[in-house]
Design a protein around this ligand. Structure first.
Ligand code: NAP
Length: 449
């Protein structure tokens, strides 16, 4: 074991030496690689083939200037990136993020995680991430269009249905995907629908894509509980967020007979002892674009609390963080455990701190890590690519049934590898190992490339 721990450490030292400023990338890589040490032990060929050194070096990084003009005619210059991390399993695939915080460190760690998440889906997609430090907030539609067209005027050279297939992420929704697709189509003079996913359904997006991450989370959690002969029926759920993931997690939880009693936004959370009225939440957040505190005006039995972390003090059987990264710290984890939580499923990306995850695992809380539990979104994006290649659109039920199977497979393979190499309930290790072995074996089959 010492030998392979040293191999992991040497790889981390290499990252620190080459890119000392990329601290988030190094932290992410270190947490993943420490879980794959038992596999490295059993398979010395991974070290001989220098798989770790290859995996932490992106296949390609593109950085480019994005000049655009605002409505007053003033010129702005942003930075655009695409990190094409690994194409062993399929064409690069991963979202575009438009946010002032975007830099190479963040995109590299997101791309590294994406390689693993995408491999877990069992679908033919590699991993990438991209974006810009452009902030769409407060910009007019025309300014966002100008920016998207300029961004795509460079990006188009590096993507394609068989090369790299971007999607949305923070700051990139349906409007931006539309403008990006329009510009790609114009430059290429080709209707390559499968070059971007997250498209609107009328121009070949997939049915059930909006529902996919939230529904997929519940399918994963159901598999995890079924394995322990625990039913979701009548379980009290604490869910954070009231955006895309949270809304459809609440919907599927209710369909499966559970009772979600909370939801939140960035100002505070609502607790409804009768169970969340989802139609009211959709009306407030999707139709009126209002604040979640408006819920209590029409639901007098419910309580509204300012601040977000208090939601984890609500007594529940299952907690599903579905809002944002870093929502559950050690203190919140201790409150959940003290209140008897039996399972935690991550709908958001990296919502639990590393200390919180350790605490859940030490206290035998069933823990479904984001990489596995929220992979339903990217899985249905890959199904969107399949539909585009076929030039057909599947029904909601067809997509949903495939999603169900994919989430069951992700759970089963993660559990099998947890049992084989780690603590049998350690799905963090199980998911990392499943993805690592899949990507590493294909890399070896492809030779030294
Ligand atoms: P979204 O539609 O923008 O919703 C985010 C929700 O979280 C909103 O209700 C927002 O409230 C709330 N929120 C934001 N910051 C918060 C904070 N500091 N504390 C509490 N609540 C906060 O985003 P989403 O698509 O649901 O994504 C949620 C998470 O899931 C993200 O981590 C995302 O990366 C991850 N994820 C999403 C997908 C997908 O398919 N959408 C797939 C995989 C992972 P406001 O209304 O106040 O902004």
């Amino acid at each position: 074991m010492a030998d392979m721990k040293q191999y992991v450490q040497d790889t981390l030292d290499l990252i620190a030496k080459r890119d000392p400023e990329q601290k988030q990338f190094k932290t992410t890589v270190s947490k993943v690689l420490e879980t794959v040490v038992p596999v490295l032990e059993k398979h010395p060929e991974y070290k001989e083939q220098k798989i770790l050194e290859r995996m932490v070096e992106p296949e390609r990084v593109v950085s480019f200037r994005v000049p655009w003009q605002d409505d007053k005619g003033e010129i702005h210059i942003n930075r655009g990136f695409r990190v094409q991390m690994n194409s062993a399993v399929g064409p690069y695939k991963g979202g575009l993020r438009f946010h002032p915080s975007v830099n190479l460190d963040i995109l590299k760690f997101l791309a590294f995680e994406q390689v693993y998440k995408n491999a877990l889906t069992g679908l033919p997609i590699g991993g990438a991430k991209g974006g810009s430090d452009f902030d769409p907030h407060g910009k007019s539609d025309n300014e966002v269009m100008n920016f998207c067209q300029s961004f795509m005027t460079e990006l188009y050279r590096h993507i394609g249905p068989h090369v790299d297939v971007p999607a949305g992420d923070i700051g990139v929704g349906g409007r931006e995907i539309g403008y990006l697709f329009g510009q790609y189509k114009r430059i290429r003079n080709a209707y390559d629908a499968a070059v971007l996913t997250g498209k609107r359904v009328d121009y070949w997006g997939s049915l059930a894509r909006p529902e996919a991450t939230g529904y997929g989370l519940l399918y994963f959690v159901k598999n995890m509980l079924d394995d322990k002969n625990i039913s979701l029926k009548d379980k009290i759920l604490v869910i954070s967020g009231s955006g895309n993931v949270a809304t459809y997690a609440i919907e599927k939880a209710q369909q499966l007979g559970a009772k979600p009693v909370t939801c939140s936004d960035s100002n505070g959370y609502v607790y409804d002892p009768d169970g969340i009225d989802l139609e009211a939440v959709k009306e407030i957040k999707q139709v009126r674009r209002g604040r979640i505190k408006e819920y209590v005006k029409t639901h007098p039995q419910a309580e509204y609390h300012e601040g977000c972390t208090g939601v984890w003090s609500v007594k529940c059987d299952i907690a599903l963080p579905c809002a944002t990264q870093g929502e559950i710290d050690l203190e919140s984890a201790k409150k959940l455990v003290a209140n008897g939580v039996i399972a935690v499923g991550e709908g958001a990306n990296m919502p639990s701190s590393l200390e919180a995850i350790d605490y859940f695992q030490q206290n035998k809380v069933l823990f479904a890590p984001a990489k596995a539990a929220n992979a339903g979104g990217v899985a249905v994006s890959a199904l969107e690519m399949s539909q585009n290649s076929e030039r057909l659109q599947w029904t909601f039920e067809e997509v949903d049934n495939k999603l169900k199977d994919i989430m069951a497979n992700i759970y089963r393979s993660s559990k099998t590898n947890a049992e084989k190499y780690a603590d049998p309930d350690d799905l963090v290790a199980g998911a990392n190992i499943t993805a690592f072995v899949k990507v590493a074996d294909i890399m070896i089959a492809h030779g030294v490339v």
